[in-house]
Design a protein around this ligand. Structure first.
Ligand code: MG
Length: 158
């Protein structure tokens, strides 16, 4: 069996007047993430990890923020397209793991729903999806609640 690994990183700013969407789940909060799409920072990091595993570039290449067709886009739809690129090349997800760094809100109660939603879109077992949440101990932009960061690693198998 062949394996490939990829990693992804993303940051979006937290602002008032936007929905907070993480892992495809809308989370009740006073602020949301700013971006051209729905700014789902976790899903973006996962997509970049998937693309990176096969050296296929990054999401900015496939979904440029200058392109009006991606304005307000549901990132899960973009994830489906990236996943299809993987499947088309004969690869499947072995597992993926991720970290979301946010000072607030508390993400732990939402993690099961995020795993289930991502698993549904990727058509894989939720046990293959790791999502961990941590804070930045009040340091830097994340600690000031001005941004949320996500990291992801994806293992592909063939
Ligand atoms: Mg992004």
């Amino acid at each position: 069996m062949a394996i490939r690994i990829g990693n992804g990183y993303d940051l979006h700013c937290l602002v008032e007047g936007r929905d907070l969407i993480l892992g495809g789940i809308k989370i009740d909060h006073s602020k949301g993430l700013l971006g051209h799409s729905d700014a789902d920072v976790l899903t973006h990091a996962i997509m970049d990890a998937m693309l990176g595993a096969l050296s296929l570039g990054d999401i900015g290449h496939y979904f440029p923020p200058t392109d009006p067709q991606w304005k307000g886009a549901d990132s899960l739809k973009l994830l489906e397209q990236v996943h299809q690129l993987i499947l088309d090349r004969g690869w499947r997800i072995g597992n993926l793991d991720s970290v979301v760094i946010a000072e607030r809100p508390k993400l732990k109660p939402h993690i099961p729903a995020m795993r289930d939603r991502l698993a549904e879109v990727l058509n894989i077992d939720p046990d293959l999806i790791g999502i961990k949440a941590t804070t930045n101990e009040k340091q830097d932009a994340v600690g000031r609640e001005d941004a949320i960061i996500a990291y992801a690693v994806v293992l592909l198998e063939k």
